[in-house]
Design a binder for this molecule. Structure first.
Ligand code: ADP
Ligand code: MG
Length: 345
């Protein structure tokens, strides 16, 4: 007969590392959190530098508010945040961050360094972190207003994850998707993405437009076929904006960029709904490019269902999806008929 195992409490460090691995599953997840922090800090220029798909080195430089030097001692501890004070605030949260877990998580599975300067402080400060805590003293140094965060050797202590993520190129593709998505959705913010020591892969100017950024990131073949969509339903507290390719455009690999309340997310049901509308117009196995920004009453959205915040749940899903389908269908139809009329004229 087997003896029952003895139940022991796990070391805090082990618990934190496991939790961190759930929040950060690959370099692109870490980068998404860091970009969201930069946007929360009102940056309008964000520069990202990557080595080996972000596994070796991932740096993000912004020109936002910076972090106060007297906060640098606790900034990487779990559940330290400047954004959420009480649980009820979650209902009306307008920042990306709210749970103070991103920096903490990253510091448990990588070497993290922060260089930051607020407008009020005379110089910048630099600090390194390990397992949520400061590693060594906070050092005054030269630097611009804003924050630079450097993440090195991601997953150095999570061997299984490190083994699973063997292709830096694949990781870089995910990073391009995240940067491209946020650059299109935040076209007023300039984004730069480059591999260390190489030419830039993405560079969007400050105060650009959505269409210009689609052109920069996805090329003119898509940008010149875009239709703008807009819809508002006060009863459902739904606001829908976006750009979708017309029926002239089709590609064997489609793309959908979906933002719900400004978060880059995925929704299989919305994706299927969009595909079903296009299926009537496009050849078999051909797809569209669709960028949708959906704004819902924060009360109706639960952003806390998934550790990476990649999936969100929202109320009235069926009705909302119906409205999305109708809006896209109407737009495609109107443009299809105007094209016919144009050819006949
Ligand atoms: P959250 O975003 O949920 O608050 P994070 O761990 O991502 O948690 O960040 C912790 C805190 O660090 C933030 O609340 C913010 O005050 C500060 N912070 C992080 N990144 C930046 C940044 N790029 N610029 C200014 N402040 C930042
Ligand atoms: Mg955050």
């Amino acid at each position: 007969m087997c003896e029952p195992g003895i139940i022991r409490k796990l070391d805090e460090e082990v618990v934190n590392r496991i939790a961190a691995g759930e929040i950060v599953q690959r370099p692109a997840n870490a980068l998404k959190e860091l970009i969201e922090n930069s946007l929360d800090a009102h940056s309008n220029n964000i520069i990202i530098t990557v080595k080996a798909g972000g596994l070796k080195y991932l740096q993000i430089q912004d020109n936002g508010t910076g972090i106060r030097s007297d906060n640098l001692d606790i900034v990487c501890e779990r559940f330290t945040t400047s954004k959420l004070k009480q649980y009820e605030d979650l209902q009306a949260i307008s920042t990306y961050g709210f749970r103070g877990e991103a920096l903490a998580s990253i510091s448990h599975i990588a070497h993290l360094t922060i260089l930051t300067k607020t407008a009020n402080e005379k110089c910048a400060y630099k600090a390194s972190y390990e397992n949520g805590k400061l590693k060594g003293p906070i050092k005054p140094c030269a630097g611009n207003n804003g924050t630079q965060i450097t993440v090195e050797d991601l997953f150095y202590n999570v061997i299984a994850r490190k083994r699973a993520l063997r292709s830096p190129n694949e990781e870089y593709t995910h990073i391009m998707e995240v940067v491209g998505g946020y650059a299109i959705h935040n076209s007023h913010v300039g984004f730069t993405l480059k591999k260390f020591g190489e030419n830039t892969d993405i560079k969007t100017p400050i105060k650009s437009s959505v269409i210009d950024n689609v052109r920069i990131i996805h090329g003119n073949t898509i940008a010149r076929e875009l239709l703008e969509i807009e819809y508002c339903d006060p009863k459902l507290h739904l606001k829908l904006n976006g750009y979708i390719t017309n029926v002239n455009y089709s590609h064997k690999k489609g793309a959908m960029l979906l933002f719900i309340n400004h978060r880059l997310v995925d929704s299989i049901s919305i994706r299927k709904a969009v595909d079903s509308v296009y299926a009537t117009y496009l050849p078999k196995n051909a797809h569209s490019f669709v960028y949708l920004s959906i704004e819902l009453d924060p009360k109706n959205v639960d952003v806390n269902v998934h550790p990476t915040k990649h999936e969100v749940q929202f109320l009235y899903e069926e009705q909302i999806i119906e409205k999305i389908k109708n809006t896209i269908e109407k737009k495609l139809l109107s443009c299809n008929s105007s094209r016919v009329m144009y050819t006949q004229a």
